[in-house]
Design a protein around this ligand. Structure first.
Ligand SMILES: [Zn+2]
Length: 155
């Protein structure tokens, strides 16, 4: 588990016990790199996130696909890869905390655009311009392929 203070990935579990509700395990963690202490909770996830397309079709949420579309939009932008990872994790956490496991694809697109707009305008414009066609096409695979990186031959 990555240290939330310094980013060190080698943190230690000092203590592990069921939380009061007995549906989660509470772990106290310690970061030997910065001395930071933090707590994590381990929970059973009964249902995975499902994406509801505007056609009504359901598809398992695929973090990899989301990640690809974001990385392509951010291609060659001067943004630290670690920052991009954090951003993607932040988006996934937001989706998980929406309170419903069924998430309209539109909501995902909006959260991504909102996040990109705060981080990098160029990436936001790239994503948003393709996203508009994507909404019409309602096809995430098509969306990802339209966002594909420029091939070296085209440069
Ligand atoms: Zn640390």
């Amino acid at each position: 588990m990555r240290c939330p203070f310094c980013g060190n990935i080698d943190t230690q579990v000092k203590d592990s016990r069921p939380a009061e509700d007995h549906v989660s395990i509470r772990r106290r963690r310690f970061c030997p790199a910065c001395g930071g202490r933090f707590t994590t909770y381990e929970r059973v996830q009964l249902r995975d996130l499902v994406v509801i397309k505007s056609s009504g079709r359901r598809e398992d949420f695929d973090r990899g696909k989301l990640e690809r579309s974001i990385r392509i939009a951010m291609q060659k932008r001067p943004i630290n890869p670690e920052r991009i990872d954090q951003m993607i994790s932040g988006i996934v956490r937001r989706l998980e905390s929406l309170g419903d496991t069924d998430i309209p694809s539109k909501v995902i697109g909006e959260i991504v655009m909102e996040t990109l707009a705060r981080i990098d305008t160029v990436s936001y414009v790239r994503f948003a311009s393709v996203y508009k066609n994507f909404q019409a096409a309602d096809d995430f695979d098509k969306f990802v392929s339209e966002l594909r990186p420029t091939s070296p031959a085209e440069e």
